[in-house]
Write a protein that binds this ligand. Structure first.
Ligand SMILES: [Zn+2]
Length: 198
């Protein structure tokens, strides 16, 4: 028996009388295999900020991006053969000038469904009204086993008597319920694969 509870941003799935190894395999799937979007490619047209291009690219990669799972493919398995197309890449730009911090809210996306979760994440700072930051970005779908930046949530187990609680605290790319449903979909695919091989 499985029960679902919402506690603020937390989502708790209560597994009654279930061995924790089963719940832990769902946790592993969430961390490693539920896909999300993240910025993967950064082309620097202009960077007058004090941070190196590489540092800015690293910071951009860690910004959680709202994820639309229904409209996009993984680049590696896309029909384009991995070259990159509108079905596996979202193009974004960031153009900012003048004194002050540059925030994630300045990122403009070609897809209004695929945007930074939080507009207030500082990326760098410009010192001087003549200074500029101009970037071309590409976000792609990926999984946590490739890079931790793609993990959708802080996910852990808590034992409670005979029950095991799976606790999902999303970073915002996907809602908790989407994360859980996707993990179960992946688990079922794995079981079906295994059955075919037996
Ligand atoms: Zn493609």
């Amino acid at each position: 028996m499985v029960e679902l509870k919402n506690e603020g941003d937390k989502y708790i799935v209560v597994f009654e009388k279930t061995h924790n190894s089963i719940v832990n395999s769902i946790r592993r799937i969430i961390l490693d295999e539920v896909p999300t979007f993240a910025i993967e490619l950064v082309e620097v047209a202009k960077n007058d900020s004090p941070l190196y291009d590489e540092t800015i690219a690293h910071r951009l990669g860690l910004i959680p991006i709202k994820t639309d799972l229904d409209s996009y493919n993984f680049k590696q398995t896309c029909k384009c053969g991995g070259i990159g197309c509108a079905l596996c890449e979202v193009k974004m730009t960031l153009k900012e000038s003048g004194e002050g911090y540059v925030y994630s809210g300045s990122i403009l996306s070609d897809d209004p469904q695929v945007i930074p979760v939080d507009k207030k994440i500082p990326i760098t700072k410009l010192f001087g009204d003549d200074k500029k930051l101009e970037l071309n970005l590409i976000a792609v779908l990926g999984v946590g086993s490739d890079h931790a930046k793609f993990s959708p949530s802080h996910t852990y187990l808590k034992e409670d008597g005979d029950n095991v609680n799976l606790i999902i605290e999303p970073y915002g790319q996907l809602e908790a319920k989407q994360i859980y449903n996707k993990s179960i979909e992946i688990l079922i695919e794995k079981i079906n694969d295994l059955e075919e091989k037996l």
